[in-house]
Design a protein around this ligand. Sequence first.
Ligand code: 4AD
Ligand code: MG
Length: 430
Amino acid sequence: MKITISEVHQHIGEEVTIGVWLNNKRSSGKIAFLELRDGTGFIQGVVVKNEAGEEVFQTAKSMSQETSFYVTGTVREDARSPFGYELQVTGIEIIHEAVDYPITPKAHGTEFLMDHRHLWLRSRRQHAVMKIRNEIIRATYEFFNTHGFTKIDPPILTGSAPEGTTELFHTKYFDEEAYLSQSGQLYMEAAAMAFGKVFSFGPTFRAEKSKTRRHLIEFWMIEPEMAFYEHEDSLKVQEQYVSYIVRSVLENCKLDLHRLGRDTSKLEQVSAPFPRITYDDAIELLHEKGFEDIKWGEDFGAPHETAIAESFDKPVFITHYPAAIKPFYMQPDAKRPEVVLCADLIAPEGYGEIIGGSERINDYDLLLKRIKDFNLSEEAYKWYLDLRKYGSVPHSGFGLGLERTVAWISGVEHVRETIPFPRLLNRIYP
Ligand code: 4AD
Ligand code: MG
């Protein structure tokens, strides 16, 4: 019977056939151990010369790494194996023999691995990271679908720029100028006025000249937007959502977290509510921590975010930033218009900002003034202003960066390992 590695637990004691690749192997005079993978999982195949016969044994011994074949054998429970099972091999049918697979079990440099990303994805570590990414995606849909949200897809080719115009990828749209979307937010605001609570999930693009462990040129963002939600209401959704995805990964990706050596005790603590600190207090905290240079009105860099996060054992919201360092659409605080009703959510353990969100300006005249202040084209934002002309309501939303969230939950140092084919400052291959 042909099965997958993920199904072996249903076939203990039975003879099965699995299509596999050879990940690694070791052998002695009479026994060979084959580390096998089929995409759904990993398992060890044991080939005993006396039981499998001379021919199968010799084939196993001489097989090269990444050779594909059908393996036949009996499934055995094995407490010592991290998978809990092993395969007592009786037959091997080679499909395709791999020659000189470049990624060998020895250590390779990062650039080499990135040049071979199309093959590196096969490794156990990358498999674990992508499975965690997949679980976060699954849990995201589950969370929003069970909380009354409708998924709405904003366009990728756009004529407007929510997050400032310096980091846009320009393209020709026939005779017009267009950009690749850096955020679907403005369209999601239109959607919220039509569907109440909405979320989007898609690729976004930033032509940022940043070469850090937190920056990708192309990344995936989840952007919920909610009509009749004020700033505080939105924070509640954010902390529930982030707690939900952390819990889902803890429950459904145990083996993957283990493979990555993730210290899960820190993740176990992640449950709503999350602590909050205002920008003002964060500045003071930084001064106390020895960052004397930072002044009110300046934006935080990665070292600042890490220092602030160290004071808390959960993700922390930094709220009420100065209006001058945030985008044009954020609602000023009525009591103190120099700050806006916004929050960045900073992940623990140095992973930095994973969410940016705010209440949006709902007054037509104020929004128009902000658009002019930012030298944006009134014409391009006419439709966005329309939303403030016909039954404008308080509304809030946020954007969660998928890759930074995957990096944090998996405990992976750099975002380049959290997306299948990363686009980085100097890399669009493979
Ligand atoms: O803070 P940002 O720029 O916020 C927005 O785009 C809002 N329009 C979202 C909204 O309110 N609907 O980006 C949101 C998140 C960041 O917190 C970060 O996690 C991620 O997107 N992000 C990046 N991730 C990887 N590489 C980059 N270059 C990123 N830029 C932002
Ligand atoms: Mg931000």
